[in-house]
Design a protein around this ligand. Sequence first.
Ligand code: F6P
Ligand code: MG
Length: 474
Amino acid sequence: FKLPYDRCSPKEKQGFAYVSLVKRWPVVLTNIVSAVSNVNHQLHMNPDEYSEAKINEGKKIISQISQMKYDLGHNAILTPIENDGDINRECYNDELKTYPDEDRRWGTMNWLYAECYMYRRLRSYFASTIYWKEYDPFFEQKSETYKSSSNAILHLTKSINQAIKDKEKLNENFEEKGSKLEIAFLEMIQADLWGNATDLSLLVDLNYKDLQKLQAVGSDSQKEQFKFILKNDLIKVWNYLKKLNTKQNGGRIDFILDNSGFELFTDLILADFLISCTPFINKVVFHPKAIPWFVSDVLPYDFTWAIDSLLDPSFFTSHSSTPISSEDLNSLSDLANRWKDHLKTGKFQLSVPEDTKLGKATPLGRIWTTQYAFQDLPEVAPGTLDELKKSDLVIFKGDLNYRKLVGDAWWPTTTPFEEALGPLAGKITLLSLRTNKADTIVGLEEGVAERLDKEDPDWRISGKYAVVSFSEKR
Ligand code: F6P
Ligand code: MG
């Protein structure tokens, strides 16, 4: 799809692409070097028969990452990704060939390509080893933030367990405007929207206190947050979902997942709410990433692990300011056991099998870790699109998925969302839940961007604002 506007690029020194290149990516890379060094140190302390070989591979990975960090700082040329036997290599190398030399540098390449390329190239260093193939360099970080989200997790757990108990009452006259079910839905979906603020690739700039504030749960803080949703299609989505009631076997929702930990937890809460409390939906398919991606994105292992951790009584205790009561532990295990049940009965389904830590990438699982914008899905991944067409609503979570939906371009901010979707528009019914962490944005009313530029210059990237954009199949 030929974009009518340029893509964001670090060439523009005032954009977030430039900040990413000079500030954020070096920190992401340095953190991986520390993670690998820690493992190497442990191996030194407690050697086994493979330690020496693994340590040596670890050292090689460290030097490759350090080289990449040097390259980004020195505007080096991007080179093809070497054969490492893993998925999605040719797509990067093929596209790379199409750029003239002056664009093919860290400081001049379009941001969407360069950032995806960086994570794919990182993967290459691990994939081409014997002992680090299954290693996820971001796992520790993901697990730490999940643990520190216990307050919000407990709050949501109690809300949904209660909602399920009150199901009958909740469903009374649900078609009516402002019904109890509608209000509950709005609460659950907003928790899921703001759950996206918990993105570890951004925690380079955000601190943990901000993070807890961003995990807005509870109706008061949600009301407070409502004004930060700059385009809000939530009611349209509700009206659409209500109509699925008439489908014989109930509807199907797909989540194109974004981050692990708290955000994933809120995805599961929304999914469970739709299945257990409403008459509309009976199946939810979750699409994780097949390789470690943008620091915090969900891998198949993270998915299972997030649910299992809720059953471990000691999991949250080390990080919680208030001790977790046995009643709380019971609520958590009710929730986790219900989710396991949904997985057994097929009401929840993970689209990538969990036979290894990283899962086995099915063709459908591969597309999410390519560099392609989703406008190009009809052309580059017709099979994936056919699968998504079976869904009644495909929910794209988060900032990167949003950037891909609109091609990460400098659209005028009042461009209709449908127009920015290009050839994808009308092919599936889709919803994007995104907190704003990058410059590109569409679907705003006249004057909004100009007002915010004056009032809160970081509004495009701070994660404080959000857009909820819905588009129906035609
Ligand atoms: O723009 C900031 C950023 O960290 C980008 O790297 C990326 O687009 C994105 O946010 C990751 O956020 P999310 O996890 O919401 O996709
Ligand atoms: Mg992410």
